[in-house]
Design a protein around this ligand. Structure first.
Ligand SMILES: Nc1ncnc2c1ncn2[C@@H]1O[C@H](COP(=O)(O)OP(=O)(O)OP(=O)(O)O)[C@@H](O)[C@H]1O
Ligand SMILES: C[C@@](O)(CCO)CC(=O)[O-]
Length: 396
């Protein structure tokens, strides 16, 4: 085994960004755009290449072995832990250890977040096993997604890493170290991930999202792991929606960078100051998503009528206005909505907002979509047509 390839999709949130952090419903779907990770054995030591961040970094095995031999900080006795129990990690202490290892001063913020996320997962997963890394290897990550634009680049990255590490432990047949609980992985299935393994990948990716987002809801890691179209509410199992016909949308990129953690923090600050007002907005968002879900569920069984698309358009407008009230829109997002309105189309931001991407569901009956796309591009936007619901994480 000299190569492993794993990929995970990006995502769009159709309804429920921000409100999902406060236990409201979200509906999200995977995209055809993916993050790809390639592992190959070469050289000496560990070489990390995060091409989208312009980062290549080499670590010698002496330092890597020292990290992996450090006891993993846990909230329970060591005998309860193995890599199937990420919920037992002492998150802050592990982050501290990894931040020291990564030498934060040498990197810019995006690179830091990515390296800390990667080594967090590497330390807590591989460090719990009897791994005896002796052959040098390279890990290269590349994504079709714009980094930091609301299409789940961080979750897609985290899911690809978590899935790779789980697969790596299986392929290498590593066991738990003696001090940890014994490990019973299904090493006969190396083609893909079963549902239990997907649950585990999603849980590990959630830990990584805690580093990048602070207080993630879990919707992004869920959809980037399982793929398809799902409804999601924190603390409950995600429900899959199987459409009888495809949904096409325009994915609009404002080319305005922003940072999810800052935007989630902005909403939290506003809520602390104006609790009843913000809670009323979040409740309204919940109702918007519940109504939209109703229409998506109709699409499971019957042919989609013009009325369904009209309602989905109105709900998109409603939610965009509610998101604007939360303070997470941006003049470029508002401009995209205005341009598309002149073509009779409805648009809303997707993900954390503040720039990044917007989406516009395209009813099959609408003519002139190409003209709308041209107009967006003339105004400096990126715009592509894409279908919802690419497959989840997989071994390629
Ligand atoms: N392809 C990638 N390679 C390395 N790191 C990545 C990659 N994609 C994302 N990241 C990490 O994720 C961070 C971006 O996360 P952020 O949550 O702000 O954006 P997003 O996931 O695209 O947006 P949203 O959460 O709203 O969907 C980057 O700063 C980087 O650390
Ligand atoms: C803004 C947010 O709701 C979606 C980011 O894609 C944050 C989250 O759910 O963790």
């Amino acid at each position: 085994m000299s190569k492993i390839r794993v990929s995970a999709p990006g995502k769009v949130i159709l309804h429920g960004e921000h409100s999902v952090v406060y236990d409201k419903l979200a509906v999200a779907a995977s995209l055809g755009l993916r993050t790809r990770l390639e592992y190959c054995e070469e050289g000496a030591g560990l070489r990390v290449e995060f091409g989208d961040l312009g980062l290549t970094q080499c670590y010698n095995f002496k330092d890597v072995h020292q990290l992996l031999s450090t006891q993993i900080p846990l909230t329970q006795p060591t005998a309860y832990y193995n890599l199937t129990h990420p919920e037992l990690l002492d998150h802050d202490k592990i982050t501290e250890i990894v931040e020291k290892f990564v030498d934060l001063n040498r990197h810019e913020p995006k690179q830091r977040q990515a390296l800390v996320s990667f080594f967090y997962l590497f330390f807590a997963i591989v460090g719990s096993t009897d791994s005896n890394l002796s052959d040098g290897f390279k890990l290269a990550v590349r994504s079709d997604l714009t980094v930091g634009a609301g299409t789940g680049s961080s979750a897609s990255f985290a899911v690809a890493i978590a899935a790779f590490l789980l697969h790596f432990v299986k392929v290498k047949k590593f066991k738990s170290k003696n001090l940890y609980k014994s490990l019973d992985l299904n090493v006969d299935n190396l083609q893909n991930f079963d549902t239990t393994e997907l649950d585990l990948v999603s849980k590990w990716a959630f830990q990584s999202e805690r580093i990048i987002h602070g207080t993630p809801s879990g919707v992004d890691n869920t959809i980037c792991t399982f793929g398809g179209l799902v409804s999601f509410r924190k603390g409950t199992r995600p429900q899959k929606i199987t459409l009888s016909s495809k949904i096409t949308l325009i994915l609009i990129d404002t080319n305005t960078p922003r940072d999810t953690k800052t935007l989630v923090g902005k909403v939290a600050t506003k809520r602390a100051k104006y609790r009843p007002i913000i809670d009323a907005i979040l409740d309204a968002m919940d109702h918007t998503t519940i109504s939209a879900l109703d229409y998506f569920q109709k699409m499971e069984t019957s042919d989609v009528s013009g009325e369904t698309y009209d309602a989905l358009g109105e709900l998109a407008d409603l939610n965009q206005n509610l998101l604007r009230c939360l303070g997470v829109s941006h003049p470029k997002l508002d401009q995209a909505c205005e341009i598309l309105a002149t073509f009779g189309l409805h648009c809303k931001l997707t993900g954390a907002g503040g720039g990044g991407c917007a989406i516009c569901v395209v009813p099959p009956s609408v003519k002139g979509v190409e003209k709308a796309i041209t107009e967006l591009k003339l105004n400096g936007f990126g715009a592509v047509l894409t279908d919802l619901g690419g497959c989840g994480v997989r071994v390629d």
